[in-house]
Design a protein around this ligand. Structure first.
Ligand SMILES: [Fe+2]
Length: 570
């Protein structure tokens, strides 16, 4: 709460019942206020009232690392005022009881929960380790910052998460990435993922110079803070009164002196920006692998449980197997800060309450779903003509459209938790048509030309198409596509011959699996192009939002529950 990607989750006896980011309900991207609608949705799904809730856990602990914060504030007097102001504001927002009472319209006296404040990165690590099937693992979390820490290493075993190391601000690998992204004109919260797609277009011209901006340091790293605005002179991330998030400027005048004028947003991208993106990604990976190798010295296992906003860097995730001794990763699909909701809850349950019984998170379909009758009424209210089909004819009709080059809105079952659409709120297309990327960009997604689209592949066929076999059910790894398959997958093959794949199994999502199978029977390709169901907005949640997106954008077909809506009939 009161942090970007505010969210809520509800667990019962250690099992996650429901989880959702507030942005999906109030439609404000990265919303950073109080997650009132998300909390209500959790309670509604569980059939519970707030008076039934035994524990409330929040992935923020303003008292954590207080000594380090004070030490920094005293050494940097210009930041003291900001520090005091921020602390006062956070203390005022710390008291959960009145906030919940107001949000839910319930008398405070009816609530009987125990309250837990879990340090930011502990909640991140818990969100990965406690969702994994493992009894022992190395835990790693990294991002811009959280509770004055940017990186945490831990030993996870049974119901314990023992912190081995914290990297304190202003040292932050996430801030390094954000600073360069801002410098090259991507200054909105969450833009880092876009710039990752730009990196392969660049050369490593600036590599040596960026090594000076961030250096390796005995199992850790060190920023040259002359390139950054001093911490405390801005607020890093500003939360506006309406809950929107704005990034303050991270780069200092020294960046301008060394690298020239920053690129203004929405102007042409030059070779310099591509080269900076390339060197930034390369340096980011080196520091990341250095940290992981350090972690492995302390926890010599092959299993890595990981979260934090930087863990969404799927290129780095795909390469870590070659550069570190870790052989298996379990990365929380909501690796960013919305994931703190389940991390805090699971930490309270397993670690604080010492409950050993675990529930592996096998899929991310933890959001709302809608009955057939509710979908049908939405279609009728919008005067759309539709056909109701059994699963088999539906899959036949949808795959025919895909084979013919159509763009399909695919809305099924429970919404995904986390930033990726994984086959329940997706826009789908043929992965092997040369013009498909341009068609999608021009007609629906309006994305930057350099951003690739992702492939969904049947799990058991992954090895035929990709050069790495580690599964990626949450679309969090980028691997090389086998050279002989790149033509067949040209719409999802990035400029460097890679793809950010999602592996799809029959157990995790049977309907989506069957759709890819049906498509394969017609084309010989066990792969679909999968992009999120939205148009410059949070991913659609309700049938009405899907219908609105279908009406606004020239999609050919909308498959929503058992109903098929064709553009040509409407
Ligand atoms: Fe975080």
């Amino acid at each position: 709460m009161f942090h970007a990607d505010s969210s809520a989750a509800i667990i019962e006896d250690g099992e996650i019942k429901f989880a959702i980011a507030e942005e999906r309900l109030n439609r404000l991207k990265h919303y950073a206020g109080f997650p009132s609608l998300a909390i209500q949705a959790c309670l509604d799904f569980a059939g519970a009232r707030i008076s039934d809730v035994n524990h409330v856990a929040i992935g923020q602990d303003t008292d954590a690392n207080l000594a380090k914060k004070l030490q920094y504030a005293l050494a940097n007097p210009s930041g003291i005022l900001h520090f005091v102001h921020l602390r006062q504001r956070k203390q005022a927002m710390r008291n959960v009881l009145p906030l919940l009472a107001r949000a839910l319209g319930v008398d405070q006296k009816l609530m009987r929960f125990r309250e837990h404040h879990i340090e930011h990165h502990l909640a991140h690590i818990a969100s990965a380790y406690y969702c994994s099937p493992w009894e022992k693992a190395a835990g790693f979390s990294y991002d811009g910052s959280g509770d004055f820490v940017s990186t945490m290493m831990a030993r996870c075993e049974g119901t314990r998460i023992d912190v081995l190391k914290r990297v304190f601000l202003p040292q932050s690998l996430g801030s390094f990435y954000t600073m360069i992204c801002e410098f090259i004109g991507y200054n909105q919260y969450g833009d880092e993922g876009k710039v990752m797609g730009l990196a392969p277009y660049g050369k490593d011209t600036f590599y040596e110079r960026l090594r000076r901006v961030i250096g390796l340091n005995n199992g850790s790293f060190k920023l040259d803070i002359n390139y950054f605005k001093p911490l405390g002179s801005n607020q890093g991330m500003q939360i506006l009164d309406d809950g929107r998030v704005r990034l303050a400027r991270h780069y200092s005048d020294r960046m301008v002196k060394d690298f020239g004028e920053p690129r203004q947003p929405h102007t042409a991208i030059t070779q310099r920006e591509m080269d900076l993106a390339c060197a930034m990604q390369q340096r980011f990976e080196e520091v990341f692998f250095h940290l992981l190798n350090e972690l492995h010295k302390h926890v010599p296992v092959e299993l890595l449980a990981m979260a934090g906003g930087c863990a969404l860097n799927s290129v780095a995730n795909g390469r870590l197997f070659e550069h570190t001794p870790f052989r298996h990763t379990w990365i929380q699909p909501a690796a960013g800060d919305e994931g703190l909701a389940i991390g805090a809850a699971l930490y309270a349950y397993h670690t604080i309450l010492n409950q050993p019984h675990r529930h592996e998170m096998k899929h991310s379909f933890l959001g709302p779903e809608f009955s057939d009758s509710r979908i049908a009424s939405a279609l009728q209210e919008n005067n759309l003509r539709y056909r109701k089909l059994e699963p088999e004819p539906l899959l036949e009709a949808v795959s025919d459209q895909l084979v013919a080059g159509g763009v399909v809105g695919w809305f099924q079952g429970r919404m995904e938790w986390g930033p990726r659409a994984l086959g329940n709120r997706s826009i789908l297309a043929h992965p092997g048509l040369a013009n498909m990327k341009d068609v999608l960009n021009a007609r629906i997604k309006h994305r930057e030309w350099f951003r690739p689209f992702a492939p969904s592949v049947l799990t058991e066929r992954q090895h035929e198409y990709f050069e790495h076999e580690h599964p990626s059910p949450f679309m969090l790894h980028v691997y090389k596509i086998r050279p002989e398959k790149r033509q067949q997958l040209c719409a999802v093959n990035h400029v460097d011959g890679t793809g950010r794949l999602q592996t799809v199994s029959a157990q995790e999502n049977p309907l989506y699996y069957d759709l890819i199978r049906t498509f394969e029977q017609k084309t010989g390709i066990p792969v679909l192009l999968n992009t999120s169901f939205n148009e410059n907005e949070p991913i659609v949640c309700t049938p009405q939002e899907a219908i609105d997106c279908f009406k606004r954008t020239p999609m050919d077909v909308l498959a929503i529950g058992p109903y098929l809506v064709s553009r040509s009939d409407n």
